[in-house]
Design a protein around this ligand. Structure first.
Ligand SMILES: C[C@@](CO)(OP(=O)(O)O)[C@H](O)COP(=O)(O)OP(=O)(O)OC[C@H]1O[C@@H](n2ccc(N)nc2=O)[C@H](O)[C@@H]1O
Ligand SMILES: Nc1ncnc2c1ncn2[C@@H]1O[C@H](COP(=O)(O)OP(=O)(O)O)[C@@H](O)[C@H]1O
Length: 279
């Protein structure tokens, strides 16, 4: 079985409260984008599940990979046969794009289908929550407002199909845990879903904020500079995704030439992707 786990971007990210369990309550909009890893799951004759990773380097061994964790989490609820899994990493990690979480969620989805377990989305999302806060989103994988620790969802009727979204990952990685530690939670100034639904992206700049930028930009000035460069190239709206380090720009399609010019000027060790959106 071949699967293509996709990345997400966060449109706005408020951090409203530090909880007693060490996690934070957030308010954000998850938006799926078409930057994909490649995941293959095949039946195994062996008595152990094995993961082989190729492509971009992942800074943890296969047994700690979230894909392996997904197999174990599912197997702890519903015993399943062992499998061989091949993961080709394309989505950069430490990027705020949720690549690892998506790989894990697609593993749950793939195993559910492969072994005809008949688990519904709510059950898969509950298992995904045992893997990581971002993980349940990728079970649903459509534009959603997320609250709680990022696991309480309301579908959002928005589309960016008429725009082009550029995502750039500079040559730095941000630890999600450390990024949360650097933030002082505060009440949101505006209602995020209302603003996103009622205003066009050109009017989001001073209204829809990613709270992590406050703490991450002073530590990584190159991310702040990149955001300014994307605005200078004509983006309607630009922000860091999640806890960083990637930055995305939403461009009118008629500004595609300026966006392409920016791509040729970026440092060679920056990774970029131009998305064709499904939503
Ligand atoms: C910041 C966000 C925004 O979408 O995404 P990324 O930038 O990582 O993609 C998410 O909240 C990241 O979710 P995820 O990366 O799955 O987090 P986890 O692995 O569960 O947690 C990593 C660490 O982040 C902190 N954490 C995570 C989520 C949350 N709501 N509050 C937290 O304080 C905790 O310290 C935790 O130990
Ligand atoms: N399949 C995977 N892909 C990427 N990273 C993984 C994976 N499994 C475990 N990880 C670990 O999770 C960390 C965060 O990965 P990821 O979710 O892709 O980034 P982010 O939290 O920035 O969205 C990585 O630094 C890596 O150590």
């Amino acid at each position: 079985m071949l699967l293509f786990p996709n990345a997400k971007i966060n449109i706005g990210l408020e951090i409203t409260k530090k909880r007693n369990d060490g996690y934070h309550d957030i308010d954000t909009i998850f938006y799926p984008v078409d930057w994909h890893d490649i995941l293959e799951i095949v039946p195994s004759e062996s008595n152990a599940t094995k993961l082989t990773v190729t492509g971009n380097r992942v800074d943890c061994p296969p047994e700690k990979n979230l894909v392996t964790k997904a197999w174990h989490v599912l197997n702890s609820h519903v015993p399943i046969p062992t499998v061989n899994i091949y993961l080709h990493k394309i989505i950069p990690d430490g990027a705020g794009l949720g690549g690892g979480s998506s790989d894990a969620a697609f593993t749950l989805r793939g195993l559910n289908e492969m072994f005809q377990l008949g688990l519904d989305q709510a059950t898969l999302a509950a298992y995904a929550a045992e893997i990581g806060a971002d993980c349940p989103f990728f079970i649903y994988n459509k534009p959603m407002r997320a609250t709680g620790i990022g696991n309480i969802f309301t579908p959002l009727p928005i589309t960016l199909k008429q725009y082009t979204v550029l995502i750039v990952k500079p040559d730095v990685s941000v630890s999600t845990k450390q990024a949360y530690q650097g933030v002082t939670p505060s009440a949101p100034i505006t209602s995020l879903p209302e603003a996103v639904i009622s205003l066009p992206p050109i009017q989001w700049q001073n209204t829809i904020v990613n709270k992590f930028e406050e703490s991450v930009f002073p530590q990584f000035p190159e991310i702040k500079k990149l955001k300014q460069e994307i605005y200078n190239a004509g983006a309607c709206y630009c922000a860091m995704s999640g806890s960083g380090a990637s930055v995305y720009g939403i461009f009118h399609k008629d500004n595609a030439d300026r966006m392409s010019a920016l791509l040729t000027q970026l440092p060679k060790n920056y990774i970029s992707h131009v998305s064709v959106l499904q939503w």
